[in-house]
Design a protein around this ligand. Structure first.
Ligand code: CP
Ligand code: NVA
Length: 317
């Protein structure tokens, strides 16, 4: 069974097809969309808050002719200790796909292991691949021009990720950038650098030493085509808030830092943003900011991922 738990779960050829499909869904939205999830129900098991992911998946499943079923972890027996294994096996008897947002990435992996329907990672503490694919698509839309080669347009471009470089978005971007042939520099305080466990994971994916780490954000953004940041306090890290805000304070993305990247550089943020903390309002509102296109593209990209996985699952039956 094909799942989408990490950026590399699709072959590059499959990813190219999914990017093209996302472009096509975007173009034809509201006019003609093949109901590829017709007669299907996709369950969404969420253990963390969400605005974009929840709404874009629910709308996307609906637009593909399917029925979204939102399950807050605490409303189902999983929240009372029923095993992930049994939850996966039981839900697989009812639904045609699972979308999961949780803490431990291994829980999503286990869900997929015991599920007989496709599982999509809608964010774990390790990775946020739906966001990374949507972000990469957002850039490809700009860089591909008339060429149909969306993925190819990313090759050789440089991303600078500034802030909490140990968070899921940084990790997803490091993995995805390596996979799509981009360069990536990450910059934050030493305490928030990618962990040895992440380095081992990256190496296991074939990308040893796949990023440059520097504590100097100006060094990271030099020659960068994209400056990316994320919240300083990710979901589940609230107890560390005070420490994080203090240590990360020198890593705010402001107009001066953005100006140190290429003049054509884009500013990106997965959102939600906290203006005045990881980024200034001026940067969020600047013409270089493409944050709402990123948010919109979650819908088109996730529809394309679901359409791909549903087709792959059908051919397995
Ligand atoms: N970017 C993102 O995943 O946002 P939500 O937490 O609102 O889903
Ligand atoms: N790093 C953030 C991303 C939110 C979409 C978090 O995990 O809270």
């Amino acid at each position: 069974m094909k799942h989408f738990l990490k950026e590399t779960d699709l072959t590059l050829r499959e990813a190219a097809g999914v990017f093209a499909q996302a472009a096509s869904f975007k173009k034809s939205r509201g006019r003609k969309t093949a109901p590829v999830l017709s007669q299907q129900t996709w369950a969404m098991i969420f253990s963390k808050s969400s605005t974009r992911t929840r709404v874009s998946f629910e709308v996307g499943i609906h637009e593909l002719g399917g029925n979204p079923l939102f399950l807050n972890k605490n409303d189902i027996q999983l929240g009372r200790g029923e095993s992930i294994e049994d939850t996966a096996r039981v839900l697989s008897r009812y639904v045609h796909g699972l979308v999961v947002r949780t803490f431990d990435h291994n829980d999503a992996v286990k869900l997929a292991q015991y599920s007989s329907v496709p599982v999509i990672n809608a964010l774990t503490d390790l990775l946020h691949p739906c966001q990374m694919y949507s972000d990469a698509f957002t850039l490809a839309e700009r860089w591909a021009g008339r060429s149909k080669n969306l993925l190819g347009s990313l090759k050789g471009k440089k991303i600078a990720f500034v802030g909490d470089t140990a968070c899921n978005m940084a990790s997803s971007w490091v993995l995805g950038a390596n996979y799509f042939g981009m360069k990536i520099a990450v910059s934050g305080p030493k305490g928030f650098s990618p962990s040895p466990a992440f380095d081992a994971f990256l190496a296991s994916e074939g990308f040893e030493n796949g990023y440059e780490f520097t504590t100097d954000p100006y060094e990271a953004v030099r020659d960068a085509d994209v400056v990316y940041t994320d919240v300083w306090v990710s979901m589940g890290k609230e107890a560390e808030s005070a420490k994080r805000l203090k240590l990360l304070a020198p890593y705010v993305v402001d107009a001066e830092l953005l100006a140190a990247a290429k003049p054509s550089a884009f500013f990106m943020h997965c959102l939600p943003a906290y203006p005045g903390k990881e980024v200034t309002q001026e940067v969020l509102d600047s013409p270089q900011s493409i944050i709402f296109d990123q948010a919109e593209n979650r819908l088109h990209m996730q529809k394309a991922i679901m359409a791909f996985l549903a087709k792959a699952a059908k051919s397995k039956r």
